[in-house]
Design a protein around this ligand. Structure first.
Ligand SMILES: [Mn+2]
Length: 412
């Protein structure tokens, strides 16, 4: 058995008993393919139980968002594909008022709050990086609730592919068990090519390439975040992608192309702000109404272009939209900043010659009260108040120097 799967399912049972005491639920979920997939499973499973669900798609778990969520939707709040990392903050904001259930697969510091049920698979030794997606965890939840929910297996496969859990060639562990449940029900087809598995959705007639489909769901949820994209995605997951789905996908791709082109030309003409180690630029609200995930994508696209300094860290800023679906307007002035590495610098980071983002950003962000989600050495993101960009750059450079001092001293 994988990790403590049995224990996980037992704890799910407990959460289900609790949930059954409510006739309406608020579901906060991430807006990428796995987030939309896990939300679809929970929505459908609860609907079948006769429980009403309001879903709130989120890009990030910001304290002000959590506060508003609890104010506007008191009672029972379920988080899927996010929340585990912020469990202590969620408990703190909640102050024992609402019942919180977190179904997630992200790393978590845990939580001892009796009103916060932190069901991150990571607490049970099941890896959220390759063994189970959030949709997989949601599927276990749904199937534990009622075995008839096994017809939702294909959705857990979509989620796992959305999070690239097949990147080593094939789905493994719990993901793989669920895959075979979907195959058995003729919802998914597996084909082997050059030693790697390819997955197709067969549930809705046409054979759909699941790599392509999962990517399209992330475009709907992230680029279309403020244009009803997440709901269009959830509908497609449950009912099959319609003509309308593919046409809105095309429109969103076009919008993204057009906006990227505009900023690209601006950067080529005016260049980036260059400091000792960090080069950065700001798109302000030029990417609106697209979600803030796109700034990371944009950085990834330009990181090796000619006008980028190959030896400096790369940061792109985008204003956080003041509107959050189903939560309303926020009076904040927050920026999201995404970090990527030009390939030559990435090699120096891999060689430990230069510090990775997981060394620099959490330290520097503290000085501007930035929040940190997941941070990797090669990619990272944070949010903080607009106007602190230059101050942040100073601290960024400070911590690069600090790292370099330490590595030179340790060589003696
Ligand atoms: Mn996920």
């Amino acid at each position: 058995m994988t990790g403590k799967l049995e224990e996980y399912i037992n704890d799910l049972k407990e959460a289900i008993e609790l949930i059954r005491q409510y006739d309406k639920v608020t579901l906060a979920h991430h807006n990428d393919a796995d987030g939309l997939s896990s939300a679809s499973i929970v929505i459908e499973a609860l609907k079948r139980e006769g429980i009403d669900v309001v879903n709130v798609p989120l890009e990030r778990v910001h304290p002000l968002i959590v506060e508003r969520l609890m104010e506007k939707y008191p009672g029972l709040i379920i988080f899927v594909d996010l929340g585990a990392g912020a469990a202590p903050e969620i408990a703190k904001i909640n102050r024992g008022k609402n019942t919180i259930v977190i179904i997630d697969h992200h790393h978590t510091p845990g939580s001892r709050d009796p009103k916060v049920f932190n069901l991150s698979t990571e607490l049970y030794g099941i890896s959220g990086e390759k063994e189970i997606s959030a949709a997989g965890a949601a599927y276990l939840f749904a199937k534990t609730m009622d075995s008839r929910n096994k017809d939702l297996a294909y959705i857990a496969v979509i989620g796992a592919i959305g999070d690239s859990h097949h990147r080593f060639g094939r789905l493994e562990s719990v993901n793989r068990d669920i895959l075979f449940e979907a195959v058995e029900q003729e919802q998914v087809i597996v084909e082997e090519r050059n030693g790697r598995e390819k997955y197709y959705l067969a549930k809705f007639g046409d054979k759909i390439d699941l790599d392509r489909y999962a990517k399209s769901l992330t475009v709907l949820g992230a680029v279309g975040y403020l244009m009803n994209g997440p709901d269009t995605g959830i509908e497609a997951i449950l009912m099959g992608p319609s003509e309308k789905y593919w046409s809105s996908l095309e429109k969103l791709d076009e919008l993204k192309r057009e906006r990227f082109e505009k900023i690209l030309n601006m950067l080529k003409e005016h260049g980036l702000n260059k400091t000792k180690y960090l080069q950065w630029f700001h798109v302000h609200d030029s990417f609106a109404p697209m979600g803030v995930k796109v700034i990371g994508e944009f950085c990834m696209e330009i990181r090796d272009m000619d006008f980028i300094d190959k030896n400096k860290y790369l940061a792109g800023y985008q204003d956080m939209p003041k509107e959050v679906p189903r939560l309303g307007r926020f009076n904040w002035n927050i920026v999201k900043v995404s970090f990527r590495l030009p390939t030559p610098l990435e090699e120096r980071v891999l060689a430990k010659e230069m510090p990775g983002y997981s060394y620099i950003v959490p330290r520097a962000a503290k000085h501007v009260r930035g929040d940190i989600d997941a941070c990797h050495d090669y990619a990272c993101a944070t949010t903080f108040d607009k106007g602190l960009e230059e101050k942040f750059a100073e601290y960024f450079n400070y911590y690069v120097d600090e790292y370099l001092r330490q590595t030179t001293t340790s060589k003696h």
